[in-house]
Design a protein around this ligand. Structure first.
Ligand code: UDP
Ligand code: GLC
Length: 380
């Protein structure tokens, strides 16, 4: 079975990192087409996954109006024609993002190849305009053989927005467990390299810098915590959120937290950094479709506190495998941070339970098998 993967981004967001893991299993019989160039291409190449960058000027915003939506679809046509031509050498088209769905749908009609849509988003107004939701829904309903939803939350939102339930299958992101086996040994050296000492309580936030990822809430929470609590913000503004970065830096300055908050930028050694943290905080203000960072923290054996909405509710059992706090509440977040600092034995136990459960639920080998079964069925 030969697969043509499509993804609109040249940058490594969670959907792209998920695709990277899935595509590894097909590296000798697939092509990943990107609609923009960037560091994600290099990551694919490093894994010997064939990749081709098709265009660099497609720009459909999440809040596009109907007119903009139609105009943007028009601009996708040349890309779709090229994908249709390429797809004749493949058994199926696998669209990993919304714009990839538009291109993949047109191409699948032209080349008569089946289409799989991997839905990484919650199709709600918090994330997408009504027009974009309608476009995604109509194309998925009409042209996709299967919609793989990354969580029950994404599946429910798809159905609530008019998507056909019978098309959907929920498959969680998978993680290569080998990458997390030995992380504990990296904890101390990484902590030292970051300049932290033992008594410091380090809260890590791992995410692109974007308003809905809620880094500002963790910064605000620090003002309710003792001086020994610091935060590292790991990640970059990937999709043009420069204003938010400026806003975060200003917030840190205004609150006199320069000595307690560090902006680390995008890193490829997330596991080592997570292992060096005392707690990982996930603070999304809108429902998180899945939340890779939550699972990664669990696999590292680092306790995690997450915003209680969307896919995060499926990943964390409050008080058993981590903590859930109402989204947008820095005071509650600060309470959890302080409780974790005060009760290390309980925290250790919870992190250990989370690690075992996460290894069982999100093992890449099992998840890849699940995906493979779906694709074989679709390719018929
Ligand atoms: N990530 C990374 N380097 C960073 C920050 C984040 O590699 O500096 C990774 C992180 O480990 C996770 C992904 O980016 O695998 C983010 O995925 P998630 O599902 O948490 O959120 P998304 O950005 O996709 O909404
Ligand atoms: C998207 C979602 C994120 C999810 C990732 C992988 O980027 O925002 O929640 O974890 O896809 O499915």
């Amino acid at each position: 079975m030969k697969i043509l993967f499509l993804d609109q981004s040249g940058k490594p967001g969670g959907a792209e990192l998920c695709l990277l893991d899935i595509a590894k299993a097909y590296r000798d019989r697939c092509l990943v087409c990107l609609f923009a160039d960037g560091s994600f291409r290099a990551m694919l190449e490093e894994e010997q996954i064939p990749v081709k960058v098709l265009a660099t000027s497609i720009d459909v915003q999440k809040d596009s109006s109907t007119l903009q939506g139609v105009y943007s679809i028009g601009r996708l046509i040349p890309v779709a024609l090229e994908v249709a031509r390429l797809s004749r050498q493949y058994d199926l088209i696998y669209a990993n993002t919304q714009k990839a769905l538009v291109v993949g749908a047109l191409a699948s009609v032209l080349s008569r190849r089946p289409l799989v849509f991997h839905l990484h988003d919650i199709l709600s107004l918090e994330h997408f305009s009504r027009t974009n939701q309608r476009i995604a829904m109509t194309l998925a309903n009409r042209f996709a053989s299967v919609v793989i939803a990354n969580s029950l939350a994404s599946q429910s939102a798809f159905i609530a927005a008019g998507g056909q339930a019978k098309l959907t299958q929920v498959v969680y992101n998978g993680f290569n467990l080998d990458c997390y086996r030995d992380v504990a040994s990296q904890s101390q050296p990484t902590r030292q390299a970051l300049g932290f000492t033992d008594p410091d309580f380090v809260v890590g936030h791992f995410s692109r810098l974007a308003p809905w990822k809620g880094q500002h809430l963790l910064i605000a929470a620090l003002t309710h915590c003792p001086e020994s609590v610091s935060a590292i913000l790991v990640g970059d503004a990937l999709f043009g959120e420069g204003d938010y970065v400026t806003q975060l830096q200003q917030q840190v300055k205004d609150l006199n937290l320069e000595h307690r908050v560090r902006f680390i930028g995008f890193r490829s050694d997330v596991a080592a950094l997570m292992a060096a943290c005392d707690l990982v905080a996930h603070t999304s203000t809108a429902p998180e479709p899945f939340g890779r960072v939550i699972v990664e923290a669990m696999l590292c054996g680092t306790p995690v506190v997450a915003a209680a909405a969307g896919g995060a509710m499926e990943l964390v059992a409050d008080g058993v495998t981590g903590w859930l706090v109402a989204p947008g509440d820095p005071v509650k977040l600060a309470t959890v941070i302080q409780q974790c600092d005060a009760r290390p034995e309980l925290v250790k136990e919870i992190a250990a339970t989370a690690r075992i459960q996460a290894s069982q639920r999100f093992d890449l080998t099992a998840i890849s098998r699940q995906i493979d079964r779906i694709l074989i069925q679709v390719a018929g």
